[in-house]
Design a protein around this ligand. Structure first.
Ligand code: SAM
Length: 246
């Protein structure tokens, strides 16, 4: 029973329903994937070892960025992610001489240990931190956990892409001319009500939006890039991405 529940939901954050959604939404998500690729292209860590947290099947992960590493340690709690990741990326990465090690593990609960196991690796949280509040189900705890990650990672080269808000929209499409949709501001500038209002208005936000409690993942002066994600035609997310060098 537990295994079946894990396959379907993977702790309420992924699982089969996520993979079906990702597979059937590939076309609608493509503009966001391009924005992620644009962001990651300018991230050039020195380390050849990547710890990839929330790897899932790498549905939104640009292959050229993965290919810059020699070794990847991919973490996910979802039992089918590793298999699907290998189908999507594994063959190509192996052909380029890379090794991918999969770990089925709660990487947030075990973050300090995991960092000790990979002392030279850089770390990318791949659209995972925005889900933390839905797993923890205690808002104050979730916000505190997310805000303290930067302290745990001090001295590391690391980055994250995560949901900050999500909610219903008027169903508009993400048109061409993607630069219009990308915003580059510091984490502190993003905290102003004017900024959030501008982002919500631009996607035709309706009714109440969820706050994923991830606004303090980055220190205030960190440069961040914001991009919309049409998760469902009428339900969008605003994602924040940033990279921190020690
Ligand atoms: C939105 S999906 C990630 C998308 C993925 N990066 C992609 O491109 O397909 C979030 C993933 O994070 C995983 N996850 C959530 N909490 C986690 C945790 N504490 N440790 C490891 N993985 C986690 C979920 O199982 C899910 O596969």
């Amino acid at each position: 029973m537990g295994l079946i529940r894990d396959l379907i939901h993977a702790g309420g954050t992924g699982g089969l329903s996520w993979h079906v959604q990702a597979y059937t939404s590939r076309k609608r998500w493509q503009p966001t994937v391009q924005l992620i690729e644009q962001f990651l292209t300018q991230v050039q860590p020195m380390s050849e070892h990547l710890v990839l947290i929330g790897a899932s099947a790498g549905w939104m992960m640009p292959p050229p960025w993965l290919a810059r590493f020699q070794r990847i340690d991919a973490y996910d709690i979802d039992p089918i992610s590793a298999w699907l990741f290998d189908i999507q990326h594994g063959k190509r990465l192996k052909a380029q001489g890379m090794t991918v090690h999969h770990h089925r593990q709660d990487a947030l609960a075990t973050l300090p240990d995991l960092l000790n196991q990979h002392p030279k690796a850089c770390v990318w949280f791949d659209n995972v931190l925005g889900q933390h509040r839905f797993r923890v189900r205690d808002e104050a705890q979730a916000e505190q956990d997310l805000a303290s990650i930067k302290t745990t990672l001090q001295g590391r080269s690391w980055g994250s892409l995560h949901d900050v808000w999500s909610g219903p929209t008027d169903g508009r499409l993400l048109p061409a001319g993607l630069q219009v949709w990308r915003h580059d501001v510091t984490a502190k500038q993003a905290l102003t009500p004017d900024f959030s209002q501008k982002l919500l208005a631009s996607v035709g936000a309706k009714e109440a939006w969820h706050d994923h409690l991830s606004s303090h993942v980055f220190a205030p002066n960190t440069p961040t890039t914001w991009m919309p994600w049409a998760f469902k035609p009428n339900y969008w997310h605003w994602l924040q991405a940033g990279w921190v060098n020690p």
